[in-house]
Design a protein around this ligand. Structure first.
Ligand code: ADP
Length: 169
């Protein structure tokens, strides 16, 4: 379908089919907030060109941390992981775009920051797995699951960035 703006430029958010648009749940963990890295981390997703649809500072209750990390329940580090995530406020975000889930994982880098490539968030800003400053959903399904877990419907916003036609042809 040809959707043109008043300037005759195709609007990519309308051209990209709806199934291609993914959501990912990104969270600045308590160490990232305490270390003053919130702006730095948001900037990286913003500059890449993804669309922010949800954002809040939040103190995570224990039950939510347990639900979020339920697949890791049997791991030895699980209790300390729950303590870590609930140790202070986190910044919760939802970013939207075509291919955003895998791309955000690349921007974030490997789970162990010492193995994360320079240029990635963890590669540049962290040293230990247990203090790796940021979370990102690992699949489009988990992107949806985690978005629904951390945000209420009224906290998410659909909008059209003014730069949209300059990001995708
Ligand atoms: P990722 O966050 O990169 O998707 P995982 O899903 O494997 O990684 O683990 C979730 C989180 O659990 C990690 O980001 C990290 O905070 C913590 N974690 C994972 N492995 C360990 C470990 N060996 N020791 C301490 N914490 C860990």
């Amino acid at each position: 379908r040809a959707n043109k703006s008043t300037h005759g430029i195709f609007l990519p958010h309308l051209v990209a089919s709806l199934e291609q648009v993914e959501q990912t749940y990104i969270m600045v963990k308590p160490d990232g907030v305490q270390r003053g890295l919130v702006g730095e981390i948001i900037s990286r997703f913003e500059r890449k060109g993804f669309k922010l649809t949800g954002l809040k500072l939040f103190q995570c209750p224990k039950e939510l941390a347990e639900e979020h990390y339920k697949d890791l329940k049997t791991k030895s580090f699980y209790p300390t992981l729950i303590d870590y995530i609930t140790s202070g406020p986190v910044v919760c975000m939802v970013w939207e775009g075509v291919g955003v889930v895998a791309s955000a994982r690349k921007l974030i880098g490997s789970t162990n920051p010492l193995q994360a490539e320079p240029g990635t968030i963890r590669g540049d800003l962290a040293v230990q797995t247990g203090r790796n400053v940021v979370h990102g959903s690992d699949s489009p399904e988990n992107g949806k699951r985690e978005t629904a877990l951390w945000f209420k419907e009224g906290e998410l916003y659909e909008w059209t960035p003014a730069q949209a036609p300059w990001l995708m042809e």
